[in-house]
Write a protein of this length. Sequence first.
Lengths: 139, 235
Amino acid sequence: MYGRKVKLRFFFIILILLTLILSTFLILKSLEENVVYFQSPTEIKALYEIDKKKIRIGGMVKVNSISMAAKEIKFIITDFKNEINVTYSGVVPNLFTEGKGVVAEGYLKDKNFFLATKILAKHDENYMPPEVKAALEEK
Amino acid sequence: MFKYFEPNKIFSVTSKAPKYVLILFIVVLSIGLVEALILSPEDYKQSHSVRIMYVHVPAAWISLGIFSTITFLSIVGYIFKIRNFFLISKSLAPSGFVFNVIALVTGSIWGKPTWGTWWAWDARITSMLILALFYALYLVAWRIYEDKDKAFKITTIITILGIINVPIIKYSVDWWNTLHQPASINILSKSSIHVSMLFPLMIMTAAFALFSLLIFLMKYNTELIKIKNKGLNRL
């Protein structure tokens, strides 16, 4: 069949791939906390102590929770298990609405209050025309 | 295997093909653009900005597909010493790189009106940027090493290092919390894109694939002409 050299090169490639996959897996596993873009309210509640650093929390904007004062916007981020109250002053993106995904960047005051310095809207993977959405809601 | 291939025979086919591929590309692209920009409906939530998807998603798919292809060809070419495979890989890489950059740029343009930011260091976007860097490394390596055998080895190693990143790109949105939304199209389950939007997406993917094929044929012909000029009948 194939020569000794061909077999050696084949094993060389397999070894490189195995080494790379294993080391990449271990690196990513140990860096998991830094790879995630945001934390959920449940993960915040489970924190041992509150970090003074800037963090991001993400989840759904709770329905009927947005209240706009003079300059401030207050709303609740929920992951349907735990909730966090967010205060923010500034412009929100167009897709920021109740019942939709959101990522807030800022500082934790305590485990229930979050001072946001930036609001990002997170949208889901569903795409459809408005008529279809209306028809779905009627059902 | 294919160790002994005749550049003249291949060239007689590949030098005529670009004409027809170009015509087909223009036809498919026109249909795709009309579908994507005019006929397809707006999204219930994003309204017209959803149209960026028809460029963004096919570009990302093609760049991932081309990187996987050049890795496969380089590894097989390295193990069995098939030099033709390296020429094919070298000719494929530029269009893959261009589509990778297009995916990053259109993603940024799409991110501003929807997410509210041009850029986020989340897992999907960062891993896509790393892929672009690997493409750049790959292309630069071909220019640095004059010695063919050296270039074959170095580029193979670059593709092997880069291919680890490809499954990470694919699954980043499932493994970690990301700002980027999860995949809408799955082979095994029903896709979450409405049919009226899926159709233009597929046409645009076909158009981009044809464009890659066109650029590939032109690059590959240049490589074949170089071999012919050296007076070699085979590689």
